[in-house]
Write a protein that binds this ligand. Sequence first.
Ligand code: NAP
Ligand code: F7E
Length: 333
Amino acid sequence: MSNIALITGITGQDGSYLAEFLLEKGYQVHGCFRRSSTNAFERIEHLTDKIELHCTDLLDQASLERLIAKIKPTEVYNLAAQSFVGSSWDQPILTGEVTGLGVTRLLEAIRMVDTSIRFYQASSSEMFGKVHETPQRETTPFHPRSPYGVAKAYGHWMTVNYRESYDMYACGGILFNHESPRRGLEFVTRKISDAVARIKLGLATEVRLGNLDARRDWGFAGDYVEAMWLMLQQDKPIDYVIGTGETYRVGDFVQIAFDRVGLNWEKHVVIDPKFYRPAEVDLLLADPMKAQEELNWKPKMSFQELVETMVDHDLQRLSALANTSLKVLRKSA
Ligand code: NAP
Ligand code: F7E
């Protein structure tokens, strides 16, 4: 029997890398998109003839149940979420509905159709929040610091609960921050790489940022989707922490990004209180030993490589855009 995967959030950063990864493995890949999608299909444009897309929403229970009954997936990856921590204070109820209750809707849909379907939940290091120990591991207690973190903790525990209540193969990957050239522009890493490229090309002079002292364990998204898949290929469903085991300041990311294009960051970065959060997560650092030992998973891309890859990508993308606009302007002159 061929493997059939359903990916919610396929239009997002991780969804696009996971779809590529599963296609390579020979899976039949289905993905969910929202009719009101913000990014449309720009991250999966190159895959649309290889995957099947279905219009559904984590807010709509019936649409999920119908879809699962129709395509009969062997694995479901729940990557859909209101995933931006900053917005979760502006929209705490929507965040709870999508990022929290959305998990239960999907688990219920699976339970109604076929409890042998394997389920991956995109849990998050944001659940550790005001950390109780460093580094953070699978046994570290949760203390979320945002409506997003609280919603993820709820979704994580519902996943554990369905595993324990109904004997379902359901597990949560507690993933630390992972980035790429496909990262949304609102997240700090991509905001920086995009701004650095704009400044280098003379399209902007400054970038406004918040807390440069926050520390994160940043990896490359392309490496992390392999860990999601590995978690669903084991004998037993187990939750794992996935990260690099290294932590850096937002300021370190800034420094490497500006260095890459030969500019002095201090001349271009403006600290703006608007980007400070009501409650901050000061320090995240993963202990990924369990995943390394039991899944044989290791991140491949270093922090320096990640920053440079993102800056190079934005430089190339914006140069191409600027050249196209210049050509159009010259033609119409
Ligand atoms: P992302 O790029 O923001 O993608 C989020 C996806 O969720 C998008 O496809 C979005 O669709 C979809 N979505 C939003 N609301 C929805 C709804 N009501 N119904 C159905 N789909 C909806 O996020 P990502 O970085 O790929 O992250 C993937 C998952 O991992 C998320 O659950 C995130 O919270 C979690 N996570 C991420 C990280 C990280 O560092 N990246 C770390 C830990 C956990 P549209 O295109 O329509 O907006
Ligand atoms: O912020 C600081 C900010 O928005 C990182 C999501 O994928 O990872 C992500 O959540 C840090 C924070 O990501 C700006 O205060 C400073 O300390 O890039 P971020 P996040 O909040 O860590 C986790 C694991 C997830 O699960 C989430 O889905 O950077 N910061 N200045 C800023 N952040 C932003 N966005 N913008 C700034 O100007």
